[in-house]
Ligand binder design. Structure first.
Ligand code: SF4
Ligand code: SF4
Length: 114
C-alpha cells in the first residue's frame, strides 16, 4: 500500500452559466432578495433610484451560485439571471438600458481598466 499522499490540486474556478442582472430603477428596496440569497451576494447601494429607494447591487458577485432564489422572490422582477453570451453581447454593444447593472461584467471591466 502506498503511503504517498495524493497531490493537492486546486479545484478549477467554477464558471457560472448565467449572469446576474439588476434593474435598479425597478427595485423597491424590500430586501427580500438580500434576505433569501444563500451566499450573501446582495446589498444596497447608496444611490437613489427614481422611486426614491436605494436599489440592490452585488457586493460579492464572485459568491453567486446561480441558484435563482433572488429572481424567484423579487416581487418586482427587478433581479434575474440571464444567459451569459447574450448578456455579454448586449453589454459590449452598449445595449443595456440605463439603470441596469450586470455586476460581474462591471467588475471585469473595472479590473481591465486598472
Ligand atoms: S442567484 Fe442565488 S446566489 Fe446568486 S445572487 Fe441570486 S440568490 Fe444569491
Ligand atoms: S427583491 Fe427585488 S425589489 Fe426587493 S430589494 Fe431585491 S431587487 Fe429590490
Amino acid at each position: 500500500m502506498s503511503v504517498a499522499r495524493k497531490p493537492i490540486t486546486p479545484k478549477p474556478p467554477r464558471t457560472r452559466e448565467k449572469v446576474l442582472v439588476i434593474l435598479q430603477e425597478q427595485c423597491k428596496q424590500c430586501g427580500l432578495c438580500i434576505e433569501f440569497c444563500p451566499k450573501n451576494v446582495l446589498c444596497y447601494t447608496d444611490i437613489y433610484n427614481r422611486k426614491g429607494y436605494h436599489p440592490v447591487t452585488a457586493c460579492d458577485i464572485d459568491a453567486c451560485v446561480n441558484c435563482e432564489f433572488c429572481e424567484r422572490i423579487c416581487p418586482d422582477m427587478a433581479i434575474f439571471l440571464a444567459e451569459r453570451d447574450e448578456a455579454k453581447k448586449a453589454y459590449e454593444e452598449g445595449a443595456i438600458e440605463k439603470g441596469t447593472v450586470i455586476p460581474e461584467f462591471d467588475a471585469e471591466s473595472k479590473e481591465e481598466s486598472q
